[in-house]
Design a protein. Structure first.
Lengths: 112, 115
């Protein structure tokens, strides 16, 4: 089954404790992206990657890092989480030329 | 900046009726639009898309209409069912975004289907 898998789905952590949200897709997609979803603000892009070792900032990259060492994986790293990073996070992927963007099920992060 | 907006945050319809969800976009040069459905606790799912060289596109029980004159997009759902209850987003591909295909999402309309 074609899918984008995120882990963890739910996480409560404390300010300053580094965490990583993993994302993996099994569709051989070149393009991957991270979004955060907040009430009243909709979906906003954090980072995206056009292919292995190619990443770029989205609209709200501050406080986040990403890496793309393999085509299937695109982890989101919060080096020093803060309460304003409490949000619902989505990873997504699609083919390089465009087309449907497939989303993961989401990771709800709470930073205390 | 660019924005894609939906007219109503919540729409309540009776089961079996048709639903119309509206969206206004700001960039007249945008050439590709997508509707997504997000059920509670899940990620957004693609419903239907339309390119700017079309006025209308139909899928299974859904129709998207594009009015470029007034920069308006709508999603029509025929014979709305309880399983259609979800948040619906329109998204716009910014012109000039090339291969990045950057999507700008609206804030969403919550569709509530009453039995």
């Amino acid at each position: 089954e074609a899918q984008v898998t995120q882990n963890p789905r739910y996480l409560i952590t404390v300010t300053g404790k580094k965490l990583t949200v993993t994302c993996s897709q099994n569709m051989n997609h070149e393009y991957m992206s991270w979004y955060r979803q907040d009430p009243g603000l909709g979906l906003r892009q954090i980072y995206y990657s056009m292919n292995v070792e190619v990443t770029d900032k989205g609209d709200v990259p501050e406080g986040y890092k990403v890496s793309r060492k393999e085509k299937r994986n695109f982890p989101l790293i919060l080096e020093s989480p803060s309460p304003n990073q409490t949000s619902l996070y989505f990873c997504a992927s699609r083919k390089q030329g465009g087309g449907e963007l497939f989303f993961g099920e989401g990771s709800r992060l709470t930073v205390l | 900046g660019e924005s894609v907006g939906l007219h109503l945050p919540t729409l309540s319809v009776q089961e079996g009726d048709n639903s119309i969800i509206n969206c206004a976009y700001s960039n007249s040069a945008s050439d590709y639009f997508i509707w997504y459905k997000q059920e509670s606790g899940k990620g957004p799912q693609f419903i239907i898309d339309i390119r700017s060289n079309m006025d209308k596109r139909q899928g299974q029980r859904v129709t998207v209409l594009l009015n470029k004159t007034v920069k308006h997009l709508s999603l029509q759902i025929a014979a709305t069912q309880p399983g259609d209850s979800a948040v619906y987003f329109c998204a716009e591909i910014l012109p000039g975004s090339g291969n990045t295909g950057k999507l700008i999402f609206g804030q969403g309309t919550t569709l509530q289907v009453k039995p």
